[in-house]
Design a protein around this ligand. Structure first.
Ligand SMILES: NC(=O)c1ccc[n+]([C@@H]2O[C@H](COP(=O)([O-])OP(=O)(O)OC[C@H]3O[C@@H](n4cnc5c(N)ncnc54)[C@H](O)[C@@H]3O)[C@@H](O)[C@H]2O)c1
Length: 348
């Protein structure tokens, strides 16, 4: 099989990491980047020496492109992924995969009927530190994991000026931070516990008086296998510019793993045998490896014809838990995920 031609669509924020992922990947090569903003497209294209395209339809019509990576605003993931599948392209979709379960189901149906591979880009689970934790747990270092607390605090997303710019912000509801970022932790914790979320209870705070989106959200989640987690999204740390970092620990039946960006030993494991450091050598988040990892995962799935590392059925369970957490956010009540019925549709 010749290398898959790839296009990265949406050229801001993490788009360069997607582009680099395709440059590094075995079995794929970056052919073009696309952004409706010509300057964003040409800047990224210039960095990688590939075509700059401003019309997504043009990307979908090209025969030298077999896979697209969607790094566009959350609300565009579903319509753009469906169009890509209908054009016969494989699709890597940034998180949140979709805004609603109804959108996800339409995306999955489009991928299945076109026979293309689609996967959610969950970079967090490919971060070297979090892979080391997963590997340590899989190796039985702390017995069976039963509790986790995961938090990634940083300074506020919005200033009054940025919020007033409108665009998608104007349509975003109070739960948007949870939808936007929550999928990372929901995905990682579901993978770690090897179980689906069964019940959620959400609390939140706006953080800033004038802001509609709540910048602090904490979700208590029960898993079907009895495990329990507290997942926090926190953008209220002051002053502005307070660095992003992760605080994370997992308690198992025979030990505990502590991980954080502010500890000398970034991953510590405590058990009856004493303390050891399964991730001591990993001092950074390893963003480049993380994005390269997710790109390689979908490229491998396409080339082998096997199910991707993150199957769509798994992503559906994760999104169902997240949507249930959004319902709990609005109602202030516990939500039973199995009985969860979605209200409303897409805001795109
Ligand atoms: N995995 C991660 O760690 C991570 C980190 C940041 C962002 N993301 C995700 O990446 C996505 C993009 O986030 P962002 O912060 O870069 O958003 P952004 O709004 O800054 O950039 C999106 C880009 O998409 C372009 N765009 C919009 N509509 C388009 C269209 N129809 N055709 C082509 N281009 C179009 C915009 O011009 C813009 O340049 C989001 O879904 C976000 O959740 C993931």
């Amino acid at each position: 099989m010749t290398d898959l031609g790839a296009a990265v669509v949406g050229c801001r924020a993490v788009a360069p990491l997607h582009a680099r992922g395709f440059v590094r990947a075995d079995g794929a090569r970056l052919v073009a980047v696309c952004d409706r903003d010509p300057e964003a497209a040409s800047t990224l294209a210039g960095e990688f020496g590939v075509d700059a395209v401003t019309d997504y339809e043009q990307i979908l019509r090209r025969d030298d492109i077999q896979i697209v990576s969607l790094v566009t605003p959350d609300e565009l993931h579903a319509p753009m992924a469906i169009a890509a599948a209908q054009a016969g392209k494989h699709v890597l979709v940034e998180k949140p995969f979709a805004m609603t379960l109804a959108e996800l189901d339409t995306m999955v149906a489009a991928a299945e009927s076109a026979g293309v591979t689609m996967m959610c880009a969950q970079s967090l689970r490919y971060r070297p530190k979090l892979r080391a934790i997963r590997d340590a747990i899989r190796a039985g270092r702390i017995g069976r994991p039963v509790f986790a607390r995961m938090s990634s605090p940083s300074s506020p997303f919005w200033t009054p000026e940025k919020w007033a710019q409108g665009g998608y912000d104007a349509k975003r509801g109070p739960e948007w931070l949870l939808m936007h970022n929550g999928m990372h932790q929901f995905d990682y914790l579901s993978m770690l516990f090897e179980s689906s979320i069964s019940e959620v209870y959400t609390v939140s705070h706006p953080g800033q008086d004038w802001l509609r989106v709540h910048e602090y959200v904490a979700v208590n989640m029960q898993f079907e296998n009895g495990a329990y987690a507290l997942s926090e999204e926190n953008r209220i740390m002051q002053p502005p510019g307070h660095p992003f970092h992760c605080d994370f620990y997992i308690v198992g039946t025979e030990g505990t793993i502590d991980a954080g960006d502010r500890q000398t030993f970034s991953v510590c494991s405590y058990s009856q045998q004493g303390v050891d450091f399964p991730g001591a050598h990993i001092t950074s988040w390893g963003a480049e490896e993380a994005f390269a990892g997710e790109v390689q995962a979908i490229v491998d799935a396409i080339r082998t014809g096997e199910e991707p590392d993150i199957p769509l059925a798994f992503t559906r369970q994760v999104l169902k838990g997240l949507r249930a957490a959004c319902q709990s956010f609005a109602s202030g009540r516990n939500v039973d995920v199995a009985a969860f019925v979605e209200e409303g549709g897409s805001i795109a």
